[in-house]
Ligand binder design. Structure first.
Ligand code: SF4
Ligand code: SF4
Length: 192
């Protein structure tokens, strides 16, 4: 097996852990993520890991050439539109190019933040700092205002960082990454 295949298999297992942890926490709170009016697939999240980029690309490569072409065209239009908005100091709010009729076309390959968003969360940073973040608006509509036991993201972030470090060492890749989904869909990085 190649270094890339080993890393992507490890990421698939890590995503299973995240999905399980998220599902259990959501059930405990009585929260269900169902096509809410805010739909966070509109949010311009950034993604920073090589391993998540390679995983999304693997999903994309399994689609037909026509589907890939359509997705890349949509992604390209969105990148242009986002650049135009930012040139006019307007925050872009665009639906992710992978969202079709409220469904994610690459659901099994979606990155970490798409899996963890929505539930209040906590993280223990490597420097010992403890950070908490809120859930989405729909979480509080469903579960009520106030404080809720957070989803601990620390083990997932730690496992992701280890996986990323190992893959980068193997590939000799040092560049920093900061990409939207649209940018990931358009990027053609040769790693190995
Ligand atoms: S990758 Fe999928 S889940 Fe993530 S923002 Fe895009 S459509 Fe939504
Ligand atoms: S995580 Fe929250 S904001 Fe995102 S689609 Fe689900 S309910 Fe809506």
């Amino acid at each position: 097996m190649t270094h890339e295949s080993v890393a992507l298999e490890a990421l698939a297992r890590l995503f299973e852990d995240m999905d399980r942890n998220y599902g259990e926490t959501a059930r405990r709170h009585g929260f269900a993520c169902h096509g809410c009016p805010d739909n966070c697939c509109h949010t311009r999240f950034y993604h920073h890991t090589l391993v998540e980029y390679l995983y999304l690309r693997r999903g994309l490569e399994q689609m037909t050439p026509a589907e890939q072409g359509f997705i890349r065209t949509t992604a390209s239009q969105q990148v242009q539109h986002a650049n135009a908005c930012m040139n006019h100091d307007q925050p872009p709010r665009l639906m992710c190019p992978l969202n079709r009729s409220e469904r994610c076309l690459l659901y099994a390959y979606r990155p970490m933040i798409c899996r963890l968003h929505g539930i209040p969360h906590a993280t223990r940073r490597p420097d010992g700092r403890y950070l908490e973040g809120p859930g989405c608006d729909d979480f509080y509509r469903q579960c009520g205002p106030g404080t809720h036991a957070p989803l601990d993201r620390s083990p997932h972030y730690t496992a992701m960082a280890q996986l990323e470090r190992r893959l980068r060492e193997q590939a000799g890749y040092r560049d920093k990454l900061k990409m939207t989904i649209a940018q990931m869909l358009l990027m053609d990085l040769k790693i190995f």
